[in-house]
Design a protein around this ligand. Structure first.
Ligand code: SAH
Ligand code: SF4
Ligand code: F3S
Length: 440
């Protein structure tokens, strides 16, 4: 019998890449590959890359450099680059790193088996098209392999918003929603395989408008209510959302759909209207704050998360102060903040840049505030009974790690230690990045 070939995938970037990596592993599974967690014994190495900031994109090249020795020792080793750097740079990757055999953009993964065969035959294989067909419909999933208790499910891809700093509309293409019935079938399959929590993914997930079985376009809220009917599915989340697509029905769902978790990632990027305008965000700081008020009216205990960019071109100290003010006004339970990184081909890259030290200083100040808020939100959980979905064993014997409804990591001593269990936990302590508690 021939040995199965080994596939090593490394994933960078957002959750959509995590989902895509799983689909690519499945597609190559059909070609006789099994996954390995070490590049050293791989027959194929695939880097699923991110182009969002310069650091992320440059990492790919330093990583590829590290595989040079492996390739020299094992000429049969095939090296592929997938994801958003593949889409943005295409053939340029093969020019800069001639040892790369295969380049595949995010919309062409269903063509991987063919590309792999071409690479095996010694060709340089490249596909960065935006084909018409639904790539997910062409990606078969492995029949009934058991899954962990949580899963991602991509329902929408691409973006038409064109924020002035962002590469996503170029790397992922125009916004597309998957039909309701496909999403439902995949969700049912996941639940049959042991999944209890599904996170619906999309670059602009709340702009979802998939074709429903009734011929109408369904909103994300309608899709969530339908998913909530699946027995065995206990929790639903979605990410990432744009403030302008938070429809009334989606806001209301946070109050009416019990399975929809009280956590919302709603990036605002800046608190200055002048900067928001230059970012092409098409909303104001005030508009965002009013929106948060409506969401909190529907679900008072909701935990909010956001993304922020500091040092966007022409950002003044007063603009930055407006961001700090917005953060104070909203109160985040978690947040991600970044120093602006000029990206090739985006309008903001052409604007006058903020001094790097000034931007670093602002990032530090913003992060100090966000960390304080995050810690306060976490500390407020101590003494409460919360619902926790156990995901995996912790570092200590008989300990499980899981997630609260608010997405806090929670450590619990659990003699039964079973992943997939949902239990009520009394929180006893709040650490730097997680809570600990005991079964209530
Ligand atoms: N679709 C999502 C997120 C896209 S990227 C949304 O609209 O919210 C994730 C985050 O990366 C963004 O929210 C933004 O905060 C950050 N980001 C995107 N482009 C960036 C750039 N050029 N420099 C720094 N941060 C950036
Ligand atoms: Fe990028 Fe803006 Fe689209 Fe988000 S909404 S993916 S930040 S262009
Ligand atoms: Fe990065 Fe592409 Fe996701 S640029 S953040 S991997 S959509």
């Amino acid at each position: 019998m021939t040995q199965p070939r080994k596939l090593y995938i490394r994933t960078y970037g957002c959750q959509m890449n995590v989902y895509d990596s799983e689909r690519m592993a499945e597609a190559l599974g059909g070609q006789g590959y099994v996954e390995t967690d070490s590049p050293d014994d791989a027959d194929m190495i695939l880097l699923n890359t991110c182009h969002i900031r310069e650091k992320a994109a440059e990492k790919v090249y330093s990583e590829l450099g590290r595989f040079k020795g492996l390739k020299a020792a094992k000429p049969d080793l095939k090296i592929g680059v997938a994801g958003c750097v593949a889409q943005a740079e295409g053939e340029e990757i093969m020019r800069r790193q001639p040892m790369v055999d295969l380049v595949v953009g995010p919309q062409s993964y269903h063509r991987l088996p063919d590309l792999e065969a071409r690479a095996r035959a010694g060709e340089k294989a490249l596909d960065t098209d935006f084909p018409e067909e639904d790539k997910f419909a062409h990606l078969k999933s492995r029949p009934k392999a058991a899954r962990g208790p949580t899963a991602f499910l991509t329902v929408q891809e691409g973006c038409d918003k064109f924020c002035a700093f962002c590469v996503v509309p170029y790397t992922r293409g125009a916004e597309v929603s998957r039909p309701v019935e496909r999403v439902m079938a995949e969700a049912r399959d996941l639940v049959e395989r042991g999944v209890r929590e599904i996170t619906l993914l999309g670059q602009n997930v709340n702009a979802y408008h998939g074709a429903g079985p009734d011929g109408a376009d369904w909103s994300l809220a309608r899709l969530i209510h339908e998913l909530a009917e699946i027995d065995g599915l206990a929790r639903i989340r979605f990410t990432t959302s744009h403030p302008n697509d938070m429809g009334e029905d989606l806001i209301a769902a946070h109050g009416t759909c019990e399975k929809l978790m009280p956590y919302l990632h709603l990036p605002v990027q800046s608190g200055s209207d002048r900067i928001l305008k230059r970012m092409n965000r098409r909303h104001t700081a005030e508009g965002y704050i009013r929106l948060i008020e409506r969401i909190r009216a529907a679900r008072p205990d909701i935990l909010l998360s956001g993304d922020f960019i500091v040092g966007f071109p022409e950002e003044t100290e007063a603009d930055f102060q407006a961001t700090l003010d917005l953060v104070e006004a909203v109160g985040y339970g978690s947040a991600f903040s970044f120093k602006y990184s000029p990206r090739p081909g985006t309008p903001a890259a052409e604007r006058p840049q903020v001094d790097a030290d000034v931007a670093s200083d602002r990032l530090q100040r913003l992060q100090a505030l966000l960390t304080r808020q995050q810690r306060a939100a976490q500390d407020a959980m101590v003494g409460r009974d919360i619902s926790v979905l156990f995901e995996k064993p912790g570092r200590l014997e008989g300990q499980m790690v899981g997630k609260s409804e608010y997405l806090h990591a929670v450590h619990v001593a659990d003699p039964a230690a079973r992943a997939g269990r949902i239990a009520t936990v009394r929180v006893v302590e709040s650490g730097p990045n997680s809570l600990s508690g005991r079964l209530a």
